[in-house]
Design a protein around this ligand. Structure first.
Ligand code: PRP
Ligand code: MN
Ligand code: MG
Length: 179
């Protein structure tokens, strides 16, 4: 794809994200109150900022693990083909697991990972997504907890990239093309 010119308009501030994560952390603590250890699984790369902030709000015994998936690469459209580039380090059979995703768009990524992890028979498997774009869904999936429902905009920041850039923005912005 040729380079296009764009600006980023702020959609969700860092402060709003922090407040929402704090509220959600209490719901997760209640759901997993009886856990011996919660395995929090981040989907790389997009969820690295969200999982870092979320686990620091969780007052639970936590283990952190990662799965790396790739669907979009540098494109703006889902390939609908989710590749597992890196699997979990740990065994999750009989364990409590929380999958952490930055955004659910078509839903192919989360559906694929959930199917894979469910086959390993965890005791409890739940999902959280910071952002949900329900208007774009092509699969029958919804995260158990959602930070913010957003309209069909191309978003970046707080871990989310556009052609691998802008992951380091501390807020969620939307891309506006200027050409
Ligand atoms: C993005 C995003 C989600 C997924 C959502 O990941 O981080 O994981 O796409 O889209 P979907 O619901 O349509 O599957 P991407 O494949 O770009 O990899 P990245 O996390 O490394 O950026
Ligand atoms: Mn991702
Ligand atoms: Mg991406």
């Amino acid at each position: 794809m040729p380079e296009r010119n764009y600006v980023i308009d702020k959609l969700i501030s860092a402060k709003s994200i922090a407040a929402r994560i704090e509220a959600l952390s209490h719901e997760i603590e209640a759901e997993f109150a009886d856990t011996k250890k919660l395995v929090v699984v981040g989907l790389l790369r997009g969820s690295f900022v969200f999982i870092a902030d979320l686990v620091r709000e969780l007052d639970l015994p936590v283990e952190v693990d990662f799965v790396e998936t790739s669907s979009y690469g540098d494109r703006m459209q889902s390939s609908r083909e989710v590749r597992i580039l890196k699997d979990l380090r740990g065994d999750i059979e009989g364990r409590d697991v929380l999958v952490v995703e930055d955004i659910v768009d078509t839903g192919y990524t989360l559906a694929h990972v959930l199917h894979l992890l469910a086959s390993r028979q965890p005791r409890k498997l739940r999902t959280i997504a910071l952002l949900d774009k329900p208007s774009r869904r092509e699969t029958d999936i919804r995260a158990d907890w959602i930070g913010f429902e957003i309209p069909d905009e191309f978003v970046v920041g707080y871990g989310i990239d556009f052609a691998q850039r802008n992951r380091n923005l501390p807020y969620i912005g939307k891309v506006r093309f200027t050409d």
